[in-house]
Write a protein of this length. Structure first.
Length: 281
């Protein structure tokens, strides 16, 4: 009886902790939504847990602001983040497969080199990167925000670890014996096995690219090519007399919608990917 009672108490305690953590995670999101329904004058009076009546007014204000192309910025961010996620996950998976499935001279050196790049901060190479894209004629374009995502050491390492636990080399050898080409084997056999890991890293890469401020601020100058973080930062630094808190909260609310959609579409793979559920045979 005491054992059952102790388990019951622990279960209640665990549920209370989970409820508190869930509340802490959702609280600020709820505040954002509530503030997006208030006007600037109402927000100046202080915090309120009661939703306001200016949601549509703030949305129209964002949509009709010709000097601030918010929706164009969202489209730019979707293009950059979507392409970055696709390129990053595919080529990182391809690189991880090449190093995992093939034995060649310099294999350990290649792996060590890739992992060494992992610890190198972006800011160290920023000026060289800026000079390179300027000489290549890609300054003030979206390409410098997309192409570098092909080389992602962190995603490579995750994919490599996943392959170690999920892909038996006997399966690859059997495909070769059956006459399957290398790219056919990778695209038709390996990629489906890696789907959970790809989905997880697609979410992380999409969100990371979406929230990236440093590189776009360095590269982009034209307003119609700016991504969401730059546009919001630009508005935050505007003239105080024209500063509209309701509009800013609405912009942030609109800006996180694509992230939520991507997460909802791919979230079912997170547990499978993070736990690396496959087992070698």
């Amino acid at each position: 009886m005491k054992t059952n009672s102790g388990k019951h108490v622990m279960s209640i305690f665990a549920h209370i902790v989970l409820i508190l953590l869930s509340f802490m995670c959702l609280f600020f999101f709820a505040i954002l939504l509530i503030n997006a329904t208030h006007s600037h004058a109402e927000l100046q009076k202080g915090f309120s847990i009661i939703p306001g009546k200016h949601f549509l007014d703030n949305l129209r204000s964002v949509a009709n602001d010709g000097s601030f192309p918010m929706f164009r910025g969202i489209i730019n961010s979707v293009i950059v983040s979507g392409c970055s996620a696709a390129l990053c996950t595919y080529f990182s998976s391809l690189t991880a497969y090449g190093i995992y499935a093939y034995d060649f001279k310099g294999k350990k050196v290649a792996f060590t080199f890739i992992m060494a790049i992992l610890v190198m901060p972006t800011q160290v190479t920023a000026m060289g990167f800026l000079r390179l894209i300027t000489k290549m004629g890609m300054y003030d374009s979206l390409l410098p925000l997309i192409i570098p995502s092909i080389a992602s050491p962190a995603v490579f390492y995750f994919m490599y670890s996943y392959l170690q636990s999920s892909l038996p080399l006997s399966l690859v050898e059997a495909a070769r014996i059956d006459g399957s080409g290398e790219f056919h084997t990778f695209n038709r056999i390996v990629l489906p096995i890696m789907k959970p890991a790809i989905a997880v890293q697609a979410i992380f890469t999409f969100v990371g690219s979406w929230n990236n401020y440093f590189v776009p601020a360095l590269v982009i100058q034209s307003k119609n090519k700016m991504t969401v973080p730059i546009l919001i930062a630009t508005l935050r630094g505007a003239d105080y007399m024209n500063f509209d808190m309701g509009k800013i909260y609405m912009m942030i609310t609109v800006a996180i919608v694509p992230i939520i959609i991507v997460y909802l579409l791919l979230s079912k793979y997170i547990i499978a990917g993070v736990t690396l559920g496959g087992v070698k045979e």
